[in-house]
Design a protein around this ligand. Sequence first.
Ligand SMILES: [Zn+2]
Length: 142
Amino acid sequence: MAAITETPEAFAQKLADIGLRNTPQREVVYGVLMKKQDHPTADEVYVRVKQEMPTISLATVYNCLEALVQCKLVRVVNFERGPTRYCPNLNPHAHFHDEATGATYDIDLPDGVLNQVNAVLPKGYDAKSIEIIFRGSAANKR
Ligand SMILES: [Zn+2]
């Protein structure tokens, strides 16, 4: 289940928490990320946002993405090669990267996975987030 900031008020509050104002641009960029959660790159976000807000610049889209990442409404996903991708699913989850198509999928992790991880960390440490990427392609077996 995706943790979603449903209301404009909650969205504005998240930005306010780090001292930023809500702007129409930030709202549209976030809306685009929520609408199609396929881990787009900044360039892909730009193309989608332009359909709703034709005058927006790529630089503004980058600024909006940066603000959304800073206030933790969106997280970045980095694969070794290739540009940064953006993910609005805030639940602890892993990613599966289809090496054949480049598609990226959210993979739910078991409840309490961070607690399990904390149990095996060096004493005194607490994991706050998790980053796991599975890679593969469609299995051609039948
Ligand atoms: Zn994701």
